[in-house]
Design a protein around this ligand. Structure first.
Ligand code: AMP
Ligand code: MG
Length: 695
């Protein structure tokens, strides 16, 4: 049994969400699809009415194309044994579906679902099974029933950890409301596409459309490892699950669907977790991930960057490591404050704590016994009308709200005298004023700086979940190349790109692996690609990327049907060959060193960041006056080797991309826009210092 199209849906039982998703988390509806091996980014859908229409459109499109569509939904399709009979008089789950749909019409809002549950509860003597009214109206009991009139769990759930019961209608993570609203929706779709939809495991999946119950928590660690830094969890769940299910071999899929659960239904993949997890762990990027939009016009740099951003996802695994070793690593999980910072209200200076604000004029206050110092336990309250000696960092005694600076006080006769006014909170660091307990301190995807370690330590963190470094193999290609330092024969040159690229990758925080030089020979190159696919996550080659006779990198990649030759509207502008070799992305850079470096910094750098799980870094840029003249043509982006002298941007005398000396001469690049530009001294241009591009 095979399907060409897959969709996974994260359903919602509640009311409509905002028109656009909040950054995260969002508990509304997400839908992700993989059609013919090509993944679509997850779609956010704010409410159920819109979702029903989106599903109907997916179904119609598959039927029109004559293709089979597998749709997974994350709510139970059936109830524990006996419930259907209690409500409908039959043990047939579809009788229950029809009953639910009849009682719960399509609606964006859904208080009705609680009334429907209450109506079902009324079928039972005493308390019914449904509980937890999220609106707090007590329409159904607020507390879990002491005794359920039917089983609390289906067989499937009794074999899982952390599942919620279909009877629980509210509370974080609950699924009861989702099941009611979801089943009503699916029943309407079944009627609308009568005979075209089969529901698993209640019917043989012979119809072109299959509805299947799924539960993303079965692959929770795999989802966490592949979640993009700025991606809501629900979106990642459906994306990774759609991808995983679409990759299952036909016999694996067959085995997972081979279940008898005629009344309660089952969770797809339950009992086959290793196979499902393995499919979710595969690092393969979509074959078409480098395909540029078709058309006459060359793609712009911005179009290419947007495409890399949406099509590439992290390839790296996650691991825990002690905070002190984690600088430079990509954070794999948000860091939330385990305690507030400051952890207690304390003195910002050495001085005297008083109860609060004081008006203008000279004040004289008696000193209390003792003192409060940093590291000492919380002091006793200050006696009324007194001041207490405190040192910087000391926890303030209860009741104290200001500290007078030591230098501002005169001490005599166990009294301090000082000039007012003193505002409330003077020289005090309030508990939690830096960050509150439970707040997100640092977000996943961040490359940890030394300062981040201080921040994480101060809020109680010790072990951090980070990502493995991205392993990037570097290979130079060309019969003319010799190792640096070797004597060069006639027609030969030293390999300049490899040392440059290896060093660049290390500075970008990746693990660079030296794959040496490969001559212009198809078979050797093939074997080298195979070895790299074993050892590395990504391969970067230079040379041989165009479409000429000796351009073997692009010729070889063409065999994989997963290759794209990028001729961008870009200068230095030789084509790039991008492809997937045995699940490993390859960036085939042009051979000219200047072109190779520009393509690395402008295109490969953000792409590698994405593959490493890091948030896409925007290069540091300054608008500065030019110290040169140039008539720039329209229709391509240009990056010139540049440097800053006396506040103005100079460019290297030659724009020829083989001029390696210009790379060393430069401290950065000038980034000239796609449009035409008439540059004279003083014209403002965009300058990108290498410092911001190499990190
Ligand atoms: P290709 O992209 O293979 O056509 O090479 C373009 C130009 O870059 C040729 O002049 C090559 O000799 C030169 N080239 C290729 N690879 C390197 C390298 N690793 N170091 C220096 N020059 C190179
Ligand atoms: Mg060559």
């Amino acid at each position: 049994m095979t399907w060409q199209r897959f969709t996974m849906v994260d359903w919602s039982g509640g009311g409509p969400g905002p028109a656009r998703p909040k950054k995260r988390p969002s508990d509304k509806i997400y839908m992700a699809s993989v059609d013919g091996g090509q993944a679509d980014p997850p779609r956010y859908i704010p409410d159920r009415v819109a979702a029903e229409e989106a599903l109907a459109a997916r179904i119609s499109a598959a039927l029109d194309a004559g293709e089979r569509l597998f749709i997974g939904f994350d709510f139970p399709f059936g109830y524990p044994q006996g419930f259907a009979k209690a409500i409908t008089g039959q043990s047939d789950p579809f009788a229950l579906w029809a009953e639910i749909a009849a009682r719960l019409p399509a609606s964006r809002h859904s208080r009705e679902r609680i009334d429907v549950a209450a109506g079902f509860n009324a079928h039972f003597p005493g308390e019914g099974p449904f509980w937890f009214d999220p609106f707090g109206k007590g329409t159904v009991p607020m507390k879990k029933p002491a005794r359920f009139p039917v089983q609390e769990w289906r067989k499937a759930e009794s074999q899982t950890k952390g599942a919620f019961s279909c009877w629980q209608l509210g509370g974080a993570g609950s699924v009861g409301s989702q099941a009611l609203t979801g089943i009503a929706t699916l029943e309407r779709l079944r009627q609308r596409f009568s005979g075209k939809i089969a529901v698993w495991p209640f019917e043989p999946l012979e119809a072109p459309i299959a509805f299947v119950e799924v539960w993303p928590s079965l692959i929770a660690p795999e989802v966490a490892a592949r979640q993009w830094p700025d991606e809501p969890k629900d979106a990642a769940q459906v994306r990774v699950l759609a991808d995983a299910v679409s990759r299952l071999a036909p016999d694996e899929l067959e085995a997972m669907l081979d279940i008898s659960a005629p009344e309660e239904g089952w969770i797809f993949g339950l009992g086959h977790e290793p196979a499902l997890k393995a499919a979710a762990r595969q690092k393969r990027l979509a074959n078409e991930c480098f395909a540029l939009p078709a058309g006459e016009r060359r793609a712009t740099v911005d179009e290419a960057l947007a495409l890399l951003k949406t099509r590439l996802s992290p390839l790296t695994e996650t691991l825990e490591m002690p905070l002190r070793e984690a600088a430079g690593r990509v954070l794999a999980q948000d860091i939330t404050a385990l305690r507030p910072h400051p952890s207690a209200t304390n003195a910002a200076v050495d001085g005297y704590a008083i109860e609060g604000r004081l008006g203008a004029g000279v004040h004289r206050i008696a000193l209390a016994q003792g003192r409060a110092a940093a590291g000492a336990p919380s002091p006793n309250p200050i006696p009324k009308g007194h001041a207490l000696r405190v040192l910087t960092g000391a926890e303030l005694p209860p009741g104290a709200r200001s500290v007078i600076l030591e230098e501002a006080c005169r001490i005599e006769d166990r009294h301090i005298s000082f000039e007012g006014p003193i505002p409330d909170g003077a020289n005090i660091r309030w508990q939690g004023e830096d960050i509150e307990e439970g707040a997100v301190a640092l977000s996943a995807g961040r490359v940890l700086t030394p300062a981040d370690l201080a921040f994480a330590a101060s809020i109680g963190c010790d072990q951090l979940r980070v990502r493995e470094r991205l392993k990037v193999a570097v290979l130079s290609t060309g019969d003319e190349l010799c190792e640096a330092g070797e004597p060069v024969g006639p027609g030969q040159i030293s390999d300049a790109n490899r040392p440059m690229l290896l060093a660049t990758l290390r500075r970008l925080g990746h693990e660079a692996i030296d794959f040496g030089i490969c001559g212009d020979d198809r078979q050797t190159l093939r074997a080298t690609f195979d070895r790299a696919a074993q050892a590395a996550d990504v391969l970067i080659t230079s040379g041989g990327a165009s479409a000429g006779d000796e351009d073997h990198v692009s010729a070889l990649l063409k065999e994989t049907k997963a290759m794209a030759l990028w001729r961008l509207a870009l200068k230095p502008g030789r084509p790039l060959a991008l492809g997937i070799w045995k699940d490993m992305p390859i960036f085939g850079l042009p051979g000219n060193p200047a072109a190779a470096l520009v393509c690395t910094l402008i295109l490969a750098r953000p792409a590698l960041a994405r593959l490493s799980g890091a948030t896409l870094p925007e290069p540091t840029a300054f608008e500065l006056p030019a110290a040169f003249s140039k008539q720039k043509k329209a229709g391509r982006r240009e990056y010139l080797r540049a440097r800053l002298r006396e506040g103005a941007v100079e460019v290297f005398a030659s724009e020829g991309s083989a001029r390696i000396s210009g790379l060393s001469w430069a401290d950065g690049l000038v980034d000239l826009p796609d449009e035409a530009m008439n540059i004279t001294p003083g014209t403002r241009v965009r300058y990108l210092p290498f410092d911001g591009l190499f990190s």
